[in-house]
Design a binder for this molecule. Sequence first.
Ligand code: ADP
Length: 294
Amino acid sequence: MHKLTINNLTKTYPNGVKALDNISIEITNGMFGLLGPNGAGKSSLMRTLATLQEADSGTATLNDIDIFKQPNELRKVLGYLPQEFGVYPRITAEQLLDHLAILKGVTNTKERKELVNYLLDKVNLYEKRNKSVKGFSGGMKQRVGIAQALIGNPKLIIVDEPTAGLDPGERNRFYNLLAEVGQEVIVILSTHIVDDVRELCTKMAIMNLGNIVYQGTPQNAIDDLNGKIYQKMVPREALQNYADNYAVISNKMVGGQPLIHIYSDVHPNEGFEPIAPNLEDVFFSKINIKNVLV
Ligand code: ADP
């Protein structure tokens, strides 16, 4: 069993933005979803854990490794798929993985060849190994990204916004691959896409404005909202009025008309209909009206 422990992590950028505001969290084996809107601080947290940038204060340990004091030890057991996985021009999938394996210290040629073949097979790109990565689809590039993140038997794998830009089929294949990888190690999946977490993660945290605003299982978060979410189709021009009078947690267009979800302890009547909460309601309620709920 692996354990990642983060204590009181803070980071303020030189421009004054507080990206991490005293973050504490504990993560063990399995797929962990870090959900938050753009700008929440997810990438800042992921980059800090990947030892690519420094925090102002706080500690983080992976098992017995002090991540900030022993960054080289951490890097040996880290697999990282950054938000923008840079792809080298005119290089095949096989060459790229071979090159990255050398950088990760796999110096034995035979061992490296076996590893690269294994990884290509694992991410279902063996047949394409001699094709230029530049010409790959978004989903194929992400699979190369996962393959490189698996070099060196990592204990901690961080994937930052991995499904943005993938079509539904590619996204599904990527989910399956991650789910398979995530059984023996810690995988942190950072995303603003609720579906990613619903499909894959048994544990999660929601981040907003540099804070962790929820920590637990997706199901518990949903159960907490039971009997408290109501919906109604409303005229567009009445939206402001509803926002002023109700705890509106989301508003989306259905057939060209706004459908709002509200949080309420009692049935508001006025044409509202009670509904079973879903993870999207959890997400929006935590980031829009967190003070009402905590
Ligand atoms: P997320 O990954 O959740 O979208 P980020 O960690 O990228 O969030 O950003 C958190 C906040 O910090 C945002 O307000 C962003 O504009 C700001 N930020 C991120 N990186 C930098 C940086 N290098 N310099 C200044 N501000 C930054």
